[in-house]
Design a protein around this ligand. Structure first.
Ligand code: CUA
Length: 347
């Protein structure tokens, strides 16, 4: 350090440079690690359906164009910074006042590149907005903080877990019950906002059997981060069996069994005011529970379905899911056990 600007002591400058280098290395390492993540269930770059694949096919060329431009611009910035850096013995640079050819060039070239990128982008937007033939209609309603799925032509209403048959598209109408949410299953398609008072449309199709995770991607309040969902792509026969099961009436618990007490509590404790159970109640605030125990998760797919998790949940919903609209009903352990016994019959 022979020359010091702004009076920094050499050891201060050396310390700052060391810290900067350490942060840069850490940042690059974390980026590299994120890129290598094996278990990335919401990886949009590994599509499992034609819509997501159409988007992925657009990402690749755009990324290549952006990457080439990035390397060129950053490379030139680096070369010029080093080549023309200040030297004590350097003469005064030649002063210029504009260069028409260069200025026209650096205006036209980016415009042409943007135009080239716009052509496949617009084509993709039109392709994705086409309504598919032979689709199953589903109305997806976003609530704080869970998803409601209504299959009007099949007579099925469920929550959080979207069932779809292999290779058959869903034509989805998105509705919002309260605030703005956004529906996204990265491996199956792009995200679409859910706006109260407006019906947005999208279609989804899976061409691989499996469960694909998704979530709300628009900040919608305290439990926005807990507003997950699962899209379950099933073989035709599994899907048909699921539909048939969902259309069945809720079974009546045997007299004197804990489940029968649970059913009575369901009404006494005002659960029925918020939840629908076919033939029992018609509440509309919370998820339809007619076949709740056929689901693998609950509370916005935040918890795996199990008696243990249900016990924790019923003990104090807002305590485990911040802001939960389901209040703490101060249920006793005995009441919780009976309610769980009843919920377990609702398959
Ligand atoms: Cu719903 Cu964020």
């Amino acid at each position: 350090m022979t020359r010091l600007h702004r009076g920094w002591a050499p050891e201060v400058l050396a310390g700052a440079r060391c810290r900067w280098r350490r942060s840069a290395i850490l940042a690059s390492l974390s980026l590299a690690l994120v890129g290598c993540a094996k278990h990335a269930p919401q990886d949009t770059l590994k599509p499992a359906g034609p819509n997501a694949r159409t988007i992925d096919n657009l990402i690749n060329p755009v990324f290549i164009v952006a990457g080439v431009i990035f390397v060129l611009v950053e490379g030139m910035a680096l070369v010029f910074t080093l080549k023309y850096r200040h030297r004590d013995d350097a003469p005064e640079p030649v002063q210029i006042h504009g260069n028409t050819r260069l200025e026209v060039g650096w205006t036209l070239l980016p415009a042409l590149i943007l135009l080239a990128v716009a052509i496949p982008t617009i084509a993709t937007i039109f392709k994705l907005s086409r309504r598919p033939a032979h689709a199953i209609n589903v109305t997806v309603t976003a609530h704080q903080w869970w998803w409601e799925y209504d299959y009007p032509d099949l007579g099925v209403v469920t929550a959080n877990e979207l069932h779809m048959p292999l290779d058959q598209p869903l034509e989805i109408t998105l509705k919002g019950a309260d605030v703005i949410h956004s529906f996204w299953v990265p491996k199956l398609g792009g995200k679409t906002d859910v706006v109260p008072g407006r019906a947005n449309h999208m279609s989804l199709r899976g061409d691989k059997v499996g469960t694909f995770l998704g979530q709300c991607t628009e900040f919608c309040g305290l439990s926005h981060a807990n507003m997950h969902l699962k899209a379950m792509v099933q073989t035709r026969s599994d899907f048909d069996a699921w539909v048939a099961g969902q259309r069945q009436a809720a079974p009546e618990p045997a007299e004197g069994a804990p489940a029968a007490d649970g059913k009575a509590l369901f009404t006494q404790k005002s659960c029925s005011g918020c939840h629908t159970i076919g033939g029992v109640s018609s509440g509309k605030v919370g998820p339809n529970l007619t076949h709740v125990y056929s689901r693998t998760s609950f509370a916005g797919s935040m918890f795996e379905m199990s008696p243990v998790n249900l016990r924790i949940w019923l003990g104090n919903p807002p305590g485990v899911k911040p802001g939960s609209k389901m209040p703490n009903l101060k249920l006793s352990p005995d009441e919780i056990n009976k309610l769980i016994a009843y919920l377990q019959t609702l398959k």
